[in-house]
Write a protein that binds this ligand. Structure first.
Ligand code: ATP
Ligand code: MG
Length: 563
């Protein structure tokens, strides 16, 4: 990476609080958690939270700090085991490890229930039997306090009995809920007797049919944190208004520790939607090929696209942790990906829009070979031999019938170097009836491999190429941004109306033979065109090569007027 990641950076406000708590002895160690709800695949916003929580644990390993991976699986309706597995894989891919600290909130159902009983017994919760509409109507608004429910002051015994019967399945969904008794006049609406439990006759992926009442997030989350002795519970800004409620549960329930909630700004990216609901819609309605579609901001999509985990982590670090919400330019992420791959990716040759060149004076072996460096700045990556014969593919755009000024590649009677090979001179070309060029004729200048241009020969460019005899057909998928506007969430016709129709173009390319044999997941630069990865799903080495474009060599969006 171009900037130094080893220098001690200025601490963000959360790391400052933690450093302070350790220095003053408020805490002897730090325990954070990453608490995804297994109702979808993780996206790059989650990566920010993962890097923060697991990062803090890693940085404080000397005092035994840890980060728990906790599945917040308290809602039976939207959760699936498939998501649990994908989330684990994504956290690992980013380079983090929860060790033995893998938890499921659903394992705490009995504890939540006991806390509810405790609150009722202490006169701090009651079973509500008004309808949802009545509750809403009686909640008041910012200027009017709420109206007490007729059930608010029912005896604790009655509520305890009703809660037990709710749990036993005697009621239908919506018949009753359990509410905390806090403050109906509070300017913070979250404190106006929030709901703690609701009835849901739904099967849970972990507890099966054992429960038919399920706790709400605001009630369950602080209890989960406290049970696990989380010291700092880090969440996004939308929970700031929920903090008084978080603290109320910690104060009023029989919990073994007192975690502290701290909020930070979530990550938003231009040209991207990040809401799980919208990502689910894109997947379910077939706008993309699945959760791991390379155009999605999901971690599995980024992985399949060829984004290196190091670049994603570096990006999260660079965005930083603040209290100010904003939107980060997706070009910054693409820059980090490009920067990382520039150093790490070997170079290969592939022609994306092939035009055949016949080398008419070819007199060497039918198939010879040239030696090419695998990386221009890194000799440790070695060289490779690429076969060459009397016909090669070049990019269509590397030939101009009437060359423009400053066009230094091939044109009639012009010279260009075949990268790693000879200088060639164009001696002619053929066209079809529509005027499209179908073939180039050329001659090689003998003795020019690895040598300067001979006297009188102007050769200012080297172009990539693929041998016709040994080159292999490949499907190359050129991915671009999924949305054509900067803020798809704000689009008048909704985010689906601004899907970029050109976000995927499939090309029939020619690739050098070694590339065709590469394993799925092999990542490299195609000389002069971009960074590519052999697709994890569809690429079959030697049989059917499929490559995804990770990112172009340069940011082309400014040029295209996309921004
Ligand atoms: P949902 O709407 O389903 O709750 P969510 O994005 O909050 O979606 P969770 O699975 O609850 O999903 O998120 C797990 C953790 O990741 C939470 O701590 C959440 O605050 C954090 N997180 C989610 N989105 C972002 C984001 N864009 N930036 C930073 N952190 C995020
Ligand atoms: Mg959430």
């Amino acid at each position: 990476m171009s900037d130094s990641t080893t220098q001690p950076a200025k601490l963000d406000f959360i790391r400052e609080i933690i450093a302070d708590d350790l220095a003053t002895g408020k805490h002897a160690t730090v325990i954070t958690r990453f608490p995804p709800e297994p109702n979808g695949y993780l996206h790059i916003g989650h990566a920010k939270s993962i890097c923060l929580n697991f990062g803090i644990a890693r940085e404080n390993a000397a005092v035994g700090a840890k980060c728990h991976l906790r599945f917040d699986d308290t809602n039976p309706e939207k959760e699936e085991s498939e998501y649990v597995e994908s989330i684990k894989a994504d956290v690992k891919w980013l380079g983090f490890d929860w060790g033995d600290d893998l938890y499921f909130a659903s394992d705490y159902f009995t504890f939540f229930y006991n806390c509810a009983v405790h609150l009722i017994s202490a006169g701090k919760a009651y079973v509500e039997q008004q309808s949802a509409e009545e509750m809403r109507a009686n909640r008041g608004n910012l200027t009017t306090p709420g109206t007490p429910s007729p059930f608010r002051d029912r005896p604790a015994e009655e509520s305890l009995d009703l809660l037990a019967r709710m749990k036993a399945g005697e009621f239908k969904e919506g018949d009753c809920v359990l509410r905390a008794k806090i403050d109906l006049a509070s300017p913070n609406m979250n404190l106006r007797d929030p709901v703690l439990y609701r009835i849901m006759h739904a099967r849970h992926h972990n507890t099966g049919d054992a429960w038919c009442i399920y706790p709400l997030y605001d009630f369950a989350h602080p209890l989960e944190d406290a049970l696990e002795h989380i010291t700092h519970s880090l969440c996004t800004l939308e929970f700031e208004n929920h903090r008084p409620l978080y603290d109320w549960f910690i104060e009023n329930c029989p919990v073994p520790s007192k975690p502290r909630q701290i909020e930070f700004a979530r990550l938003n990216l231009t040209y991207t939607v990040m809401s799980k609901r919208k990502l689910l819609q894109l997947v379910q309605e077939g706008h993309v090929s699945g959760w791991n579609d390379p155009r999605l901001p999901t971690i599995s999509g980024l992985r399949r696209r060829g984004y290196p985990p190091e670049a994603v982590v570096h990006f999260c670090k660079r965005v930083g942790i603040t209290k100010f919400s904003g939107t980060t330019d997706v070009a910054l992420l693409e820059f980090d990906v490009r920067d990382f791959l520039n150093h790490s990716a070997p170079r290969r040759m592939a022609v994306l829009d092939p035009l055949k060149v016949v080398l008419e004076n070819w007199s060497a072996e039918p198939i010879a070979s040239v030696e090419v460096a695998n990386h221009p700045q890194n000799p440790e990556m070695g060289n490779r031999d690429i076969p060459i014969s009397n016909k090669v593919w070049i990019e269509r755009e590397d030939f101009m019938e009437v060359p423009e000024k400053k066009f230094f590649r091939l044109g009639p009677d012009r010279y260009v170097r075949l990268k790693g090979g000879h200088i060639i001179r164009c001696t002619g070309f053929e066209k079809d009836t529509d005027g499209a060029i179908t073939l180039i004729r050329a001659e090689i200048l003998p003795g020019t491999i690895g040598a300067d241009s001979p006297e009188g020969v102007v050769c200012k460019a080297a172009i990539h190429w693929v041998d016709v005899a040994t080159g292999v057909d490949a499907e190359v998928r050129i991915y671009d941004r999924l949305f054509s506007v900067e803020d798809p969430d704000a689009a008048e016709g909704g985010f689906l109306s601004v899907i970029n129709p050109d976000s995927l173009k499939t090309l029939a390319a020619k690739i050098e033979p070694a590339l065709a044999a590469a394993d799925a997941g092999f990542s490299c630069q195609f000389d002069r065109t971009g960074y590519f990865i052999a697709d994890a799903i569809d690429h079959q080495p030697g049989v059917k090569p499929v490559f995804n474009r990770t990112v172009a060599l340069k940011d082309s969006w400014v040029k295209k007027g996309g921004r």
